[in-house]
Write a protein that binds this ligand. Structure first.
Ligand code: GDP
Length: 299
């Protein structure tokens, strides 16, 4: 809770700064509405969302007296309305087991750390979790995931650097079935700049999975770095089209002024947001709560 509000402080600080002083005057007129809209855009909520919130405030309050608190409350309510439909926890419900979760995202987004956090969380909920080090492109990625697996004490399947990711995933599912695994979390290579290669590899992984279980992969989680702001939005666009993303995890919300990008993403894409990353530790993955985040952003 503290981390959440601490993390969003910079977003809300900026919004607060932008909103402060706007309401020393009395009635809400067009000029004030313009200023509110600009403040919202400056807080990374994106032009479409800002326009929508402006319209709401306009509809409710035009020509009436408003205080900064009124505006803040309306903004928080509007943000919550936008976020509520996408706030969906990741459900573990696949039958037959295992549920296969592909994790994708560009390098540096927090993919490896998120996999470790997610595995830890599921393990604490008594699920049998296994990892597959499917980012065979980077030796460092394999090593890093191995270290995490040891630390959180979950089994991991690794192959050689440069090895075939799809074969490794195939092996993972086979072993997962044999040892009663509930959730198989698969790391994948993150190479946005090399789109064709990434697509081919993902498509191959999908084909292999589909042969083992037509429902797999059950989830395709896209990990996004909130500190990249609007850049995260274009990543969603690309991966949604090329990789069949089913849900999002937004990381690094503990240290950024760009938390508003979550709102823009929700409005623009409507993809479920399963969780948010609020730190580098294994306990720093939190379920995404629309009301809490809305209040944290509105300050
Ligand atoms: P990958 O290349 O996508 O696998 O990214 P990593 O998982 O290696 O993470 C890249 C860096 O971001 C590492 O230093 C992580 O500790 C850090 N990181 C990941 N998630 C978070 C988060 O939620 N908050 C913060 N502050 N740092 C994070």
């Amino acid at each position: 809770q503290d981390k959440l509000f601490g993390g969003f402080r910079r977003t809300s600080d900026r919004l607060a700064q932008n909103l402060t002083g706007l309401f020393t005057a009395t009635e809400l007129d067009d000029e004030k509405l313009d200023e509110i809209e600009e403040a919202l855009i400056a807080s990374d909520l994106g032009p479409a969302t800002a326009a929508r919130i402006r319209a709401r405030i306009d509809a409710f309050r035009y020509d009436r007296k408003v205080t900064e608190d009124d505006i803040r409350r309306i903004v928080a309510n509007e943000i919550e309305t936008i976020l509520a439909p996408v706030a969906k926890p990741l459900e573990i419900e696949a039958f037959p087991r295992p549920q296969v979760i592909l994790v994708i995202g560009v390098n540096g987004s927090g993919k490896t750390t998120t996999i470790a956090k997610l595995a830890h969380l599921l393990k604490e909920q008594d699920y049998n979790v296994m990892l597959v080090a499917g980012d065979t492109f980077r030796a460092a990625a394999i090593g890093q995931l191995k270290v995490w697996a040891e630390r959180i004490d979950v089994p991991i399947i690794t192959g050689a650097e440069g090895g075939d990711a799809a074969s490794l995933v195939f092996e993972g599912v086979k072993q997962g079935v044999a040892s009663g695994i509930d959730v198989l979390i698969v790391d994948t290579a993150g190479r946005l700049q090399n789109k064709a290669g990434l697509m081919d590899e993902l498509a191959k992984i999908r084909r292999v999975l589909g042969r083992l279980n037509p429902a797999a992969p059950h989830d395709v989680l896209l990990v996004l770095d909130a500190t990249t702001g609007q850049n995260a939005l274009s990543q969603i666009g690309i991966f949604k089209e090329t990789a069949g993303v089913t849900g999002l995890v937004m990381t690094k919300l503990d240290g950024t002024a760009k938390g508003g990008v979550l709102v823009a993403a929700a409005e623009q894409f409507g993809l479920p947001v399963h969780a948010i990353g609020l730190g580098e530790g294994v306990d720093d993955l939190k379920p995404f709560d629309a009301g809490e985040v809305a209040r944290a952003i509105a300050g």
